[in-house]
Design a binder for this molecule. Structure first.
Ligand code: SF4
Length: 483
């Protein structure tokens, strides 16, 4: 059924609805300071950063540097210290350190035109539009990722990028909404129509929304029945040390991401070191398979659905003491959570890894003969050249050797499907970035985390995604929607 959106009506409903939500941080700073400099700086800080973090960083910075003159007196290092931990704080410190000189070259005042603002360091179109509308109250449409996403969910625009959305909105959105649409949809996107599992169940405009491309949040307690069949949301994430991620808000993140099943790798702890909070996340049962060696490897699964059986390892002592494989059996599928060995520097463990891979493949094939298999984890291999940024310079490195890639070929030829590639054959989609050389901010990454399913279960795959904006580890989670 195709619905036509009445934009005046739904923006009016949402304006009332979000009046009770938290005000986006940039609007808050605009209301408090009425100062284009502070609005511009807060907007730069807010990119890819939670509002609470932006608010804290802006408060610390403005205490020392409330205006351009005082900002010019701070070194880049000092700025970096003050704004930490906003996303990409080093880059942003560099932009802010250069800002006073750049504004001076433009006459000494913050410009009020989008095109001129975008010539300042660190100011893209979105930032410029936001500053023009929020700080100067001039007509501009800021297209935040929430605006872009939600306008497409409504079918009000059909666009691929925020810039295309901005241009489409300039052509059709009535002027009276230009200044307010961003604040309304950012608040609504953070509170209800969230990027992952939106709260359609409690949405005030549900009756008007065509929900294009949306997988609504599962309501707690709701059971899957044939009548309302909905895919399970499976997530897989190499957390690279669960205790470190716990300190960064892991349990809150799980609630936010709202998976039915979450498989994690590299837990790096013993079961007796688990906190209550980690072991018992509300609504989930958790299962842990730890390595004998302390602080090494280890996998775990959180599941909302009680499994009918749990298997620790693959019944091979050569591998099982490293805590690499955990299998949950459900009524109609097996979930194998696997942390594949790393071939390591100098390829010291390549033989071990290939032996493990062969055993694991035999194990998975055995299970697939019984029922569907979902095999997820950190495979520690980029399969094709499109799966990493710099294939040529990594040809002999762990994770991209011909031997590891051949095993992946053999694995797929043996009847398994790389679900992400069912939907996307482009390069530039990564799940791991080195902690060195600012690799994540430069997007120099590798796709080494996968959800694969046995060929016979291909029809059960409803969607696959990489959640690259989820921070906390050097890997990001990957998702499978599985019916
Ligand atoms: S119904 Fe769902 S998808 Fe539509 S606007 Fe509301 S929360 Fe977003």
């Amino acid at each position: 059924m195709k619905m036509k959106i009445d934009i005046d009506l739904i923006l009016a409903i949402l304006a009332k609805e979000v009046a009770g939500y938290k005000v986006p941080v940039v609007d808050l700073i605009a209301a408090q300071s009425n100062d284009p400099f502070q609005v511009l700086v807060a907007t730069i800080l807010s990119a890819r950063t939670k509002d609470e973090t932006t608010a804290g960083a802006a408060a610390r910075l403005f205490k020392k540097a409330p205006d351009l003159q005082s900002l010019a007196g701070l070194s880049e290092e000092e700025i970096a210290r003050l704004i930490y931990p906003v996303g990409f704080y080093r880059n942003k410190a560099g932009y802010l350190a250069r800002l006073p000189e750049a504004v001076a070259a433009m006459g000494g005042v913050i410009p009020d035109e989008v095109e001129t603002l975008t010539k300042l360091p660190g100011v893209g179109r979105k930032t410029a539009n936001l500053v023009v509308s929020v700080a100067f109250h001039k007509p501009a449409i800021c297209v935040d990722t929430h605006v872009h996403r939600i306008m497409n969910i409504w079918g009000y625009v059909q666009t691929k990028t925020p810039l295309e959305t901005e241009m489409a909105l300039r052509g059709k959105l009535p002027d009276k909404h230009w200044l307010t649409v961003n604040s309304i949809l950012v608040a609504f996107g953070q509170g209800t129509c969230r990027p992952v599992s939106p709260h359609c169940d409690r949405c005030v405009i549900q009756q008007y929304c065509p929900q294009i491309g949306v997988t609504p949040r599962r309501v707690p307690g709701e059971r899957r029945t044939a009548a309302m069949e909905r895919p399970l949301k499976l997530l897989c994430w190499n957390v690279n040390g669960i205790r470190a991620v716990e300190k960064k808000g892991f349990t809150e993140l799980v609630k936010d991401l709202d998976p039915d099943i979450l498989a994690i790798q590299e837990t790096k702890l013993q079961e007796d070191q688990l906190s209550d909070g980690l072991k018992n996340i509300e609504g989930y049962q958790s299962f842990w398979h730890c390595a004998v060696r302390k602080g090494y490897s280890g996998v775990a699964v959180y599941s909302r659905i009680p499994p009918v059986n749990v298997v620790y390892g693959i019944n091979d002592p050569a591998f099982d003491n490293e805590g690499r494989v955990l299998t949950l059996e459900f009524a109609d599928f097996f979930l194998i959570n696997c942390y594949f060995p790393n071939a390591a520097e100098g390829l010291k463990r390549l033989d071990y890894k290939l032996a493990f891979n062969r055993s694991l493949l035999e194990y998975a094939r055995g299970l697939a003969a019984e029922k569907s298999v979902v095999l997820c984890g950190d495979y520690n291999v980029a399969h094709q050249e499109i799966d990493l940024k710099n294939p040529k310079s990594n040809e002999k490195n762990a994770g991209f050797t011909p031997e590891e890639r051949s095993w992946m070929d053999a694995f797929l030829a043996a009847g398994f499907v790389d679900t992400f590639r069912m939907f996307n054959n482009e390069s530039g989609h990564y799940t791991w970035w080195s902690y060195r050389f600012n690799a994540r901010s430069k997007d120099i990454g590798w796709r080494i985390d996968y959800f694969c399913v046995d060929e016979k279960s291909r029809h059960r795959v409803q969607g696959a995604a990489i959640l690259k904006d989820v921070m906390g580890s050097d890997h990001c989670p990957v998702q499978l929607d599985f019916l």
